[in-house]
Design a binder for this molecule. Structure first.
Ligand code: SF4
Length: 114
């Protein structure tokens, strides 16, 4: 308690209260300001692989799955192996577990004939 009062008096005496407040705000923003953004990204269920096993994750990696295809006319939504979203959920793939984005792609892509 005494230390807190002494610190306030010290800062007031040297006119540093405003500087200390701005500095603390800057530090807090730099350290934790992105938490809200990270939380928003973390809750996107179609990109959340947190519930998958190591084996599931390895399968996705081995097939070169990416959430956004770099090939203009090849993406999960026009792949024969794509499982369309049901009831507003996420799409999936017949080759591995977990969510798949419609814009995604992997090296097993095959044109949907149907
Ligand atoms: S095989 Fe590949 S491109 Fe086809 S739906 Fe599955 S992840 Fe997407």
């Amino acid at each position: 308690m005494k230390n807190s009062i002494d610190r306030k008096q010290f800062l007031k005496q040297f006119g540093l209260i405003g500087v200390a407040a701005v500095g603390a705000s800057t530090i807090l923003t730099a350290c934790g300001g992105g938490a809200e953004t990270e939380t928003a990204a973390a809750v996107d269920p179609c990109k959340d692989t947190s519930g998958l096993t190591e084996q599931d994750l390895a399968m996705r990696t081995n097939l070169g799955y990416v959430e956004t295809s770099e090939i203009a006319d090849q993406h999960c939504s026009n792949c024969q192996l794509y499982k369309k979203p049901e009831n507003g959920g996420c799409g999936g793939c017949l080759l591995f577990n977990g969510p798949v984005t419609a814009e995604g792609w992997c090296n097993s892509w095959v044109i949907n004939q149907g």
